[in-house]
Design a protein around this ligand. Structure first.
Ligand code: HEM
Length: 468
């Protein structure tokens, strides 16, 4: 009898594994990361109240980007090659100014030109994909070639060849998959894109003036970091979140489909998606001078690593913050809400905010004109499942009873597959994540770069908030 009960319990444990194992592994992974990385960083909000979030982020003292934070070794590891030239990770100074102004120049194209390019890139990629019957896709994978086409055309004035597009997608996919600890880095794959960019520069194919102080090899790494890594990864993840959110909310989807010509209707969906699924989990800054305490709080010393927690900030100050509710933006304004998906303007916010919002509208329109969407997959901020979604071409065939029944069955299958895949993913993340944190620490890319640049600094004084 007891053997039967034991067997039943083991069976129930195994069958319910997708519901209890992944969260357990995520918690364990966080513990391993913290233990390996050390208790670095003052979390805001967390160690300090939400009311100081924007003030601390916007403070001129919060201007250190990489130097002095162990976390930077990990980011540099994931972003290589060329993390020391990536705009996001450059310390303030003349090199940063040159790079930032080149990025602004490249992004400065008229709105209608950006819309046209984004629409053409989407229709080209969709036509190639030949989705003529309901098909399950991974939204992030579907989006990557679209953005590869778009940003290649922006930088070089013409769409990429099939080979160049494969290099761009291969590079971006490798970076984001390693970042999510689902695979190790493949540096040779990334080097293929570097060689392509070097050749493009050598052949005078760049239609913009690149940062003057950089060598050609450095210019290639700058382009790779900003336009063929960050731009592709961020735009693909952002669009995958928007489409997955719509696929999981049929009412919101139906409301948007009849209002596709209305920019404000699309913007509400995009805004709510970014609120619930900000692409950044944390952004960190290293303080260059002390920041005075408020209301009797202690001073935050120079050299403190401030970790700004986007999801926590976006989750506070809203009614039912966990609900996907684009309609809330009919009454709220982004300016007066806890809402900073592109960072804070006073402290190096995203230079592509306007471009991203304009082009995401065009891509959303183009997709929804051709397809209906449905999904039963997990939707998490990290999007480690790459957004499984059923794409149903619009037309009479998809509206019949038989079509609807098939769709329901597909969604049941998609849910089961996604939950079981999640078990495997979380175990892979635990093992590869631990390995990469250790490897990043061993290589110390950021630490050794600054060790060669300037004499070592004295360690910062202890921060009175850390450990509270
Ligand atoms: C699609 C949605 C995007 C979102 C939500 C987003 C979000 C962000 C955020 C939050 C930051 C500031 C992080 C911080 O304070 O440390 C940032 C910075 C940055 N982003 Fe974006 N980004 C997006 C797209 C892009 C694209 C398309 C590009 C390139 C074309 C880009 C290039 C950059 C760069 C270069 C920085 C660093 C700015 C600096 O330090 O001067 N981003 N982004």
């Amino acid at each position: 009898m007891s053997a039967v009960v034991g067997l039943l319990l083991v069976g129930a444990g195994l069958i319910s594994m997708p519901w209890w194992l992944p969260p357990l592994v995520v918690r364990l992974r966080m513990r391993v990361f913290t233990a390996l990385n050390g208790p670095e960083g003052l979390s805001v909000p967390g160690n300090i109240g939400i009311d100081r979030f924007e003030e601390l982020y916007a403070s001129p003292a919060s201007n250190g980007r990489s130097r002095g934070a162990a976390l930077s070794d990990l980011f540099w590891y994931w972003l290589a090659p060329g993390p020391e030239l990536h705009q996001e990770h450059l310390e303030p100074g003349p090199r940063y100014d040159q790079v930032a102004s080149a990025t602004r120049r490249i992004l400065a194209i008229p709105k209608h030109a950006a819309e046209g390019l984004a629409t053409q890139a989407t229709s080209r990629v969709l036509a190639e994909a030949k989705i003529e019957t309901p098909t399950c896709v991974r939204l992030r994978d579907l989006m990557m070639p679209i953005w590869a086409e778009f940003y290649h055309t922006l930088v070089f004035g013409q769409p990429p060849t099939a080979e160049a597009r494969a290099l761009i997608v291969g590079n971006a996919d490798d970076v984001v998959t390693a970042l999510k600890c689902l695979s190790l880095r493949h540096m040779e794959r990334r080097a293929g894109l570097t060689r392509y960019l070097e050749a493009q520069i050598a052949n005078g194919q760049v239609t913009h003036t690149l940062p003057a102080g950089l060598s050609d090899a450095e210019k290639a790494l700058y382009l790779q970091g900003v336009f063929f890594n960050t731009a592709i990864v961020q735009s693909s993840e952002a669009m995958a979140h928007v489409l997955l959110a719509l696929a999981e909310h049929p009412v919101e989807l139906a409301r948007l489909v009849v209002a596709l010509d209305d920019d404000r209707a699309i913007d509400r969906v995009v805004t709510e998606t970014f609120r619930l699924y900000p692409l950044f989990g944390i952004a960190h800054r290293i303080t260059s001078s002390a920041i005075p305490g408020k209301a009797g709080e202690p001073v935050i010393p120079a050299g403190t690593v401030l970790c700004f927690d986007y999801p926590a900030y976006h989750g506070s100050g809203y009614t039912s913050p966990e609900r996907f509710d684009p309609e809330r933006w009919k009454k709220l304004s982004v300016r007066d809400s806890n809402y900073i998906p592109f960072g804070v303007p006073e402290n190096r916010s995203c230079p592509a905010q306007a471009m991203a919002l304009i082009t995401m509208r065009s891509v959303t329109r183009e997709i929804l004109r051709g397809f209906s969407l449905a999904s039963s997959a997990l939707h998490t901020r990290s999007l480690s499942n790459r957004g499984p979604c059923l794409l149903v071409p619009r037309g009479p065939a998809s509206n019949g009873e038989a079509g609807k029944a098939r769709r329901r069955l597909s969604l049941v299958w998609l849910r089961m597959r996604d939950r079981w895949e999640d078990v495997g993913r979380s175990l892979i993340q635990l093992v590869l994540g631990t390995y990469m944190v250790l490897d990043a620490r061993r290589l110390g890319l950021c630490r050794s770069y600054f060790a060669h640049q300037e004499p070592p600094r004295a360690p910062p004084p202890a921060c009175p908030f850390i450990g509270t």
